[in-house]
Design a protein around this ligand. Structure first.
Ligand code: F6P
Length: 546
């Protein structure tokens, strides 16, 4: 019998509890249980998650735990770890955890241990990073590399870019890494205008090596380089990261300059593979190993911890609770860390490309909501932009705060204020402010009764906005590895609960297909026959531009 989120016994219990919980306010829950923090917080390694401000009680949490068992999540974890082709629409195993596995045990895919290959590529990356960073790798004019430009998009861009920015405190002084993803030539042109071809190294990062954006950027980058240094320079200034050896060779990159990964690594889970090469160059290989070790620590926690204390499991169950039983359509990520500014972009792909789906594992249309819309911004910037809507816009918006106990850039006077703002926001969103409280506050401030009557309604905050706060000791390679792996496992659990294949992305294909069809029309080599009038009109308007 296939598991059904809505019709399972736990799902039915959760529906009833959801109805009850919709009538309750977080204030009441805090008043009823003075130890909510103790009852509703968890830790794993260096991470602490406080979910006391979620709209749950002991009963709903117990029902969520029952859901985990009824959906047989532990059996799905075992399938993933055993290398079964759980990405059934692409007939692929899902083994990104092997990329950070440092133990002696084999990890099998189709009966073959993948670990020797993983170790081989890691060793190749390590050698390469050392050569580039200590200046032994020279460009065509004999100069050391000073800038690395990663050309990739989606999973071949977002992970290393996010982590590189997050770990800026680890950047070696002699090397800067840049990330170019967009097909818009402005991205490449504005990046290259600051760089010297003689000291620039390009990493073409593409799992398939067929992605239009990346290949166009790679061709233009190559033209830029060759114009100054000549064709022979390509070998010293281009390396590739891919699963597609044939296409890499066709591009003219020598076998020894290719860093391989495998089809059992999904693009949005590939940060730990050779796709992490620009990150490894940008933080040094020892730090890259620490990053992998952090993720491995989270793997061990996820694989071996009962659901009641399992952090990725708990975050996933809370997301299902908010989305499918309380009716939230969105979740906002609010890292109180400028260094984590790009995390919401990274998680948008990880979560929405993985679980933004409407057809289940049996090919049937689901009758429940799947991945919520994820958005976000670093605090405190968001406070001066969209928090107004979270506080008073009337929608249910589960919030996820991330805070660091220690600042990565400890300027006097900053960090305590940052923490105060972070915790104040989650408190305000939980508690709200009633009309009576507003009136009392205004009276105490000496305002006239007419003014109080006129303005008090605007100053009411409904509160009851659920949030989780993740606390990291500090932002370093290890804790960042833990954090990102936490989200990966959360996505996996959600896929099981929603009965989805989280590892394909057919939704991306349609637009690509149509773009290929429109290109000759835009170039003027095909006519617009059969196009709808809007699309044809837009193309005609562009082609009139001299
Ligand atoms: O957006 C679709 C997608 O296939 C992603 O899953 C992937 O990360 C991205 O395109 C880039 O693909 P590639 O690494 O093959 O160039």
């Amino acid at each position: 019998m296939t598991f059904s989120l809505i019709d399972s016994a736990a799902g039915r219990a959760l529906r009833r509890q959801g109805e009850t919980m919709r009538q309750r306010h977080l204030r009441e829950l805090f008043a009823a249980d003075g130890k909510r923090f103790r009852h509703f917080s968890l830790s794993s390694g260096s991470l602490l998650a406080d979910f006391a401000k979620q709209r749950i009680d002991a009963d709903s949490l117990a029902a969520l735990h029952a859901l985990w068992h009824e959906a047989e999540v532990p059996a799905w974890i075992a399938r993933m770890r055993n290398g079964e082709a759980i990405n059934h629409t692409e007939r692929r195993a899902v083994l990104h955890h092997a990329l950070r596995h440092s133990g002696a045990e084999p990890i099998l895919c189709n009966g073959r241990d993948v670990m020797p290959e993983v170790r081989r590529v890691l060793a190749q990356m390590e050698r390469f990073c050392a050569e580039v960073l200590d200046g032994r790798w020279r460009g065509a004019r004999g100069e050391p590399i000073r800038n690395v430009v990663n050309l990739g998009i989606g999973g071949s861009d977002l992970g290393p870019k996010t982590a590189y920015q997050a770990l800026s405190a680890c950047h070696p002084p002699q090397l800067q890494v840049h990330f170019v993803s967009n097909l818009d030539g402005a991205h490449l042109a504005t990046t290259l205008q600051k760089l010297d071809p003689a000291t620039t190294l390009f990493v073409i990062a593409s799992k398939t090596f067929t992605t239009q954006e990346t290949l166009q950027n790679a061709r233009s980058a190559r033209d830029w380089l060759v114009a100054t240094l000549g064709e022979a320079a390509v070998a010293r200034h281009f390396v590739a990261v891919s699963t597609n050896r044939a296409e890499v060779t066709r591009f003219g990159i020598a076998a020894e300059n290719m860093f391989e990964f495998w089809d059992w690594v999904g693009g949005r889970f590939s940060l730990w593979s050779a796709i992490g090469l620009p990150l490894a160059l940008g933080i040094g290989f020892d730090n890259f190993r620490a990053f992998l070790a952090g993720a491995a620590a989270m793997d061990a926690h996820f694989f071996d911890t009962p659901v009641e204390r399992n952090l990725p499991a708990t975050l996933a169950l809370l997301e299902v609770w908010n989305t499918d039983f309380l009716g939230a359509e969105t979740r906002v990520l609010l890292p109180y860390s400028q260094s984590l500014e790009l995390l919401s972009h990274y998680l948008q792909q990880l979560e929405m490309e993985s679980n933004g789906k409407q057809v289940d594992r049996q090919g049937l249309r689901v009758d429940y909501a799947t991945a919520p819309i994820l958005w976000g911004e670093a605090g405190t910037n968001g406070q001066h932009a969209f928090y107004q809507l979270i506080h008073q816009g009337g929608r249910l918006i589960p919030c996820e705060f991330i805070a660091l106990r220690e600042a990565d850039y400890p300027l006097p006077g900053h960090h305590d204020k940052l923490l105060a703002n972070c915790f104040a926001q989650s408190e305000a969103l939980m508690r709200g402010k009633t009309l009576e409280e507003v009136r009392a506050e205004m009276q105490a401030a000496g305002l006239a009764a007419t003014e109080i009557d006129a303005l008090a309604p605007y100053r009411v905050f409904p509160g009851n906005q659920p949030s989780t706060t993740l606390l990291l000791p500090r932002l370093d390679p290890h804790s960042l590895g833990e954090l990102i792996a936490l989200y990966e496992h959360k996505v996996f659990v959600l896929g099981v609960l929603w009965n989805l294949n989280s590892f394909d992305q057919w939704g991306v294909e349609f637009g690509k297909q149509l773009a290929n069809r429109l290109l000759p029309v835009i170039e003027g080599t095909a006519d617009a026959d059969g196009l709808d009038s809007s699309t044809a009109g837009l193309i005609a308007a562009c082609r009139k531009i001299p």
